[in-house]
Design a binder for this molecule. Structure first.
Ligand code: THU
Length: 160
């Protein structure tokens, strides 16, 4: 029997320490929270993704009276980009969330379903997707979805 360990890497920094184009992406994720429809949770999540050609696509969580019919901010952004610009890999995603007290101090991390969809993007294009998770105390920067979803399942796992 062996005990094994998986390590994940991420960086924590202040927003101002990021590059200007990274700051812009985070600011767009913050602004996107204004387009959230969060009638039930009152939890407003915004996402901004950058495509390889520099284009930015925003997303925001969309809720529904039939709760599971709603969708997270991350997936609204990713699917909108995929539906319009499938030729361009997604290279970056920034996520921000606020509740009735304002933006959260600690970053929120994407739910399991969103991580799975993000993993599919890395697999589809063979390009790492860099993630920026905004909190007023600091930003987590994660270089690849692989660091957020160890033991991931992708298409080639079905080949045995
Ligand atoms: N939500 C997101 O949009 N992204 C996340 O990463 C976590 C949760 C949304 C879904 C729902 O509208 C609300 O936040 C509360 O779960």
């Amino acid at each position: 029997m062996k005990n094994l360990k998986i390590e994940i890497k991420f960086r924590c920094c202040q927003l101002e320490e990021l590059l200007p184009d990274e700051i812009e992406l985070v600011e767009q994720a913050k602004r996107a929270t204004n387009h959230s429809y969060a009638k039930y949770s009152h939890f407003h999540v915004g996402a901004a993704i950058r495509l390889e050609d520099g284009r930015i696509v925003q997303g925001a969580n969309q809720e529904n009276a039939a709760y599971p019919s709603g969708l997270c901010a991350e997936r609204t952004a990713i699917f909108a980009a995929q539906a319009q610009f499938p030729e361009h890999p997604i290279t970056q995603i920034a996520i921000a969330a606020r509740n009735q007290n304002g933006f959260l101090k600690e970053p929120i991390t994407p739910c399991g379903a969103c991580r799975q969809v993000m993993m599919e993007m890395e697999d589809r294009y063979g390009v790492d997707l860099k993630i920026y998770l905004y909190g007023t105390n600091g930003v987590y920067v994660i270089s690849s979805v692989k660091d957020m979803l160890p033991f991931s399942f992708i298409g080639k796992n079905m080949e045995g």
